[in-house]
Design a protein around this ligand. Structure first.
Ligand code: TYD
Length: 394
């Protein structure tokens, strides 16, 4: 048996499909969220039912620049890339320009399929292809821009089902001495922190070094350096070269990551079976805490209407009867309702009484940033509910 559906998270709506008030009575698109481990290619993936066109459309609400943490992380990387680059840079999944705006518009090319986001970089004069990443697009970009020296993609490759097509297209467009930099949420961190909320329809894959390395090898692409970064609750940034490029030496960060993953049993079925057991316990505990809070007449307010929280709330069946409302800084989410659970989303919390209110951390991955912002609430005894590494009040 090479294939194991190790986690069944129940019935879910599409994670970023926030609802308008008049849509609350309409039937939502739903699917059964199951997570699979394949022992042959080591990939951990969500059994996906939706095409990119359904998920990444012209009203995509996720905005990278809504968080200072992401902006700072991209600014730091851009500084490094400016020193490395010997030619044009390309970003696959440029979102609202949070990374690209660190560069002069002459030096970077953007690819973004969501029209509402592509417009943002286009309007600033950045060459933006409002298209899905694939081989045809790679050929078009080559014709108009020549080979690319650095290709960067953050939280995008893990959203695309056909990895062979992704890497074939990258290999075609990247110059022989070029570098591919990919960052996505880390499977190691997900297993360690019990963050099963990394799984939803858009996150088709949660990569480990082991699985990504296997997928890249078929395309003669080699990981030569790895950075473990803190964004999105723990991500891995992979630096990748063409196999024939002898200029980039393979660093010891690669063997270190390999050993770490071997030690935690990343390629063993048992690791995933045990993870699923922990997640089912986590669900029981999460529901108990919420019900206890409600019995004590506490007000629960969601902090950050994330795609991740969509997984938690639909799995645990916690809806608008338990959570009064969510606050979120994203204009595209405000005045809407969370998918499946129909919790209203507003810009800001009003008349908060810290002794009566608990913030449920939908955006737990920005805990540091949120603590800084909510000093007053915390100093007055305010508390947060978090589900990682296990559900608790902090
Ligand atoms: P993120 O964790 O990146 O999302 P996802 O799980 O959807 O990929 O999104 C964070 C969300 O939290 C985003 O909608 C913005 C919101 N947010 C706030 O409302 N306030 C904050 O202080 C921060 C840091 C984020």
């Amino acid at each position: 048996m090479n294939n194991l559906n190790f986690l069944d998270l129940g019935i879910h709506p599409l994670a970023n499909a926030y609802l308008k008030k008049n849509e609350l009575t309409k039937k939502e698109k739903k699917y059964r969220l199951k997570v699979n481990f394949n022992k042959k290619n080591y990939l951990v993936k969500v059994i996906s039912f939706f095409s990119s066109k359904v998920m990444f459309n012209n009203k995509y609400p996720y905005r990278s620049s809504m968080s200072q943490t992401m902006l700072k992380s991209f600014a730091r990387l851009a500084k490094k890339i400016k020193k490395m680059a010997k030619g044009k840079i390309l970003e696959i999944g440029s979102n609202d320009g949070a990374f690209a705006f660190n560069f002069n518009k002459k030096n970077i090319v953007c690819v973004e399929p969501c029209n509402n986001l592509a417009k943002i970089t286009k309007n600033e004069g950045y060459r933006t292809y409002n298209k899905y990443w694939n081989f045809d697009l790679a050929k078009k970009i080559y014709k108009q821009n020549g080979k690319i020296n650095i290709i960067f993609s953050s939280n995008t490759i893990s959203h695309i089902k056909n990895l062979d097509n992704v890497f074939k297209s990258i290999n075609y467009l990247l110059d022989d001495n070029g570098i591919l930099i990919i960052e996505d949420p880390s499977l190691v961190e997900c297993l360690k922190k019990n963050t099963y909320d990394q799984f939803y329809n858009e996150h088709i894959y949660v990569f480990s070094f082991t699985s990504l390395n296997h997928a890249l090898k078929k395309h003669n692409l080699t990981i030569y350096h790895i950075e473990n970064i803190t964004t999105h609750g723990g991500s891995t940034r992979f630096y990748i070269k063409k196999e024939k490029n002898k200029n980039c030496k393979i660093r010891n960060t690669v063997s270190k990551q390999n050993i770490k993953e071997k030690n935690m049993g990343i390629s063993k079925m048992k690791t995933y079976i045990n993870f699923a057991k922990r997640i089912n316990k986590s669900k029981i505990k999460f529901i108990k805490i919420i019900k206890d809070l409600k019995n004590r007449n506490k007000k629960i307010i969601g902090y950050g209407a994330t795609a991740k929280s969509c997984t938690i709330l639909n799995f645990c069946k916690i809806n608008h009867k338990y959570i009064d409302y969510f606050i979120d800084t994203t204009p595209e989410k405000q005045k809407k309702y969370t998918p499946g659970t129909h919790i209203p989303i507003v810009k800001k919390a009003k008349n908060i009484n810290p002794s009566q209110t608990i913030f449920y951390l939908g955006a737990w991955n920005f805990l540091k940033e949120i603590i800084k912002k909510e000093k007053k609430f915390i100093n007055n005894g305010g508390k947060f509910l978090i589900h990682t590494p296990y559900p608790r009040i902090i």
